[in-house]
Design a protein around this ligand. Structure first.
Ligand code: UDX
Length: 450
């Protein structure tokens, strides 16, 4: 791979929204830029910084604000804006004074205020979308009035996308009562995006071809994903193993030792990411469904969710299951014992499963997950989706049936084959000369010339 001359003066600052699912892809992108000879500083909150090494694979990590003690995502969006928009210009000025002037600010697309700061300071501004291009296109259509809210009818047609049921749209769109203010905050990312010099999506061209083409006809967007450390995509490589950040403490040895003793494709890996909260009844049905499927299962239940586990589920000690608070997900998905991923379809989890060739049982909870689940089943054909019953939960029989569909029989084999097809294409995209690699190279060479 072509290496650029290391130029300490070419300094990029990267600022993700400070939650796990947004930091992971932006940190990986930072590492990729650092590996190409740029000086890269990632800014995050003090407590997140404590979970990271101060320098991880060439990326310098710095704290931009104190810990933000807030009760909701809406409040976090607002609080981070207030705090970080004050300190960001000061930090950038400090770098300039200490001989490391900043040329470019890569900001999480949910923080459009950061682009205003970049422009005021005369910096190149790059917006980073941590969600699927399809999801970006849906929000873009709403923001431009091409799709009006409240929605009417049962389906919607959007350029570059298959026909979508209302419930396939992001939940902020069809369930505005539950999330009255979130949709506005999410749409805000388009308010100034015309002024961005670069717009990155953590996806790859083959995966979302039509919608990527449509978005590219609106803005000069660039796909740069999947942002997964290359050693997971190519077993011959030995670069760094982690995402470099876990806001939760993983039980790595316990998970990997347990998986090592299981046969190929015999384990269902279950996780709902870093934010989703399942109700107690749903946890009960899930536990029963997993037991009924009669497969081994590795279930991530965050400590804050632990009290909802049914008391009769002695999964930790049962022969069939292991319950942990957090795991090294990429290592788990890469393990040959894992046959299926029961997932909430957060964008990172979806992309990770596809890139590592693991078929899915999609159980979306909120935000973009409903749209991702639609694509997993109908477009990428790499999984099945559970049906929600009249009580608004997914029953144990349904869970059992869906798991068996993925783990067993001809259908299971077909889903696995499809998942592996995406794994091959994901690797091609990030390999030297692949679509995402070329886009990153192009960005780096232009930044080095500014
Ligand atoms: C959030 C949103 O919920 C999601 O829909 C959006 O697309 C991104 O932001 P989150 O719910 O945490 O993210 O899900 P996801 O996007 O899947 O990100 C979770 C990350 O944590 C993944 O990178 C995954 O590998 C990692 N993880 C998860 C672990 O490392 N260990 C675990 O045990 C669980």
């Amino acid at each position: 791979m072509e290496k650029h001359e290391a130029d300490e003066k070419t300094h990029i600052v990267i600022i993700p929204f400070p939650v796990q699912g947004h930091i992971n892809p932006m940190l990986q992108f930072s590492k990729r830029l650092a590996s190409k000879g740029l000086r890269v500083t990632l800014l995050t909150t003090t407590s997140n910084k404590e979970s990271l090494q101060s320098e991880t694979n060439g990326v310098i990590v710095e704290s931009i604000s104190n810990n933000l003690d807030v009760a909701s995502i809406e409040a976090l969006v607002d609080r981070f804006k207030t705090v970080a928009s004050q300190s960001l210009p000061e930090i950038i000025a400090k770098y300039g004074a200490s001989g490391y002037p900043v040329s470019c600010l890569v900001y999480d697309s949910v923080m459009p205020w950061a682009l205003d700061i970049a422009k005021q300071l005369g910096l190149t501004g790059a917006s980073f979308f941590t969600q699927a291009c399809a999801v970006g296109a849906i929000y873009c259509n709403i923001q431009r009035g091409l799709l009006s809210l409240p929605l009417e009818g049962t389906t919607v047609s959007i350029a570059g996308l298959p026909t979508l049921s209302i419930s396939d749209l992001p939940s902020f769109v069809y369930d505005r009562e539950s999330y009255p203010s979130l949709v506005d905050r999410v749409l805000d990312r388009f308010s100034n995006v015309d002024q961005a010099d670069w717009i990155f999506f953590n996806t790859f061209d083959h995966l979302e071809e039509e919608v990527v083409n449509w978005m590219a006809s609106q803005w000069p967007i660039k796909t740069i994903g999947p942002t997964i450390p290359s050693m997971y995509l190519d077993k011959r490589l030995t670069d760094d193993k982690d995402y470099g950040l876990s806001l939760f403490k993983p039980d790595a040895a316990a998970c990997m030792n347990w998986l090592d003793n299981k046969q190929i494709g015999s384990v269902v890996y279950v996780s709902f990411g870093s934010l989703a909260n399942l109700g107690e009844e749903q946890m009960d049905e899930l536990a029963c469904g997993l037991m009924r499927s009669n497969n081994y299962f590795l279930w991530v239940v965050r400590a804050s969710e632990g009290s909802k586990l049914p008391s009769n589920l002695k999964a930790e000690t049962s022969e069939k299951g292991l319950v942990v608070n957090w795991c090294p997900q990429l290592e788990v998905l890469s393990h040959q014992a894992v046959g299926c991923f029961m997932t909430h379809c957060g964008w990172n989890s979806t992309l990770e499963a596809l890139s590592l060739g693991v078929p899915m049982v999609a159980m979306p909870q909120w935000t973009d997950q409903t749209t991702n689940a639609k694509f997993v089943v109908d477009v990428w054909q790499a999984g099945v989706r559970v049906k929600v019953n009249e009580k608004g939960i997914v029953g144990r029989e349904e869970i059992e049936v869906c798991i068996k569909e993925v783990m067993e029989g001809e259908r299971g084999k077909e889903l696995k084959r499809n998942a592996v097809k995406w794994k091959v294409l994901a690797k091609e995209a990030v390999d030297e000369g692949g679509s995402s690699d070329k886009n990153i190279e192009d960005f780096v060479s232009k930044i080095l010339c500014t």
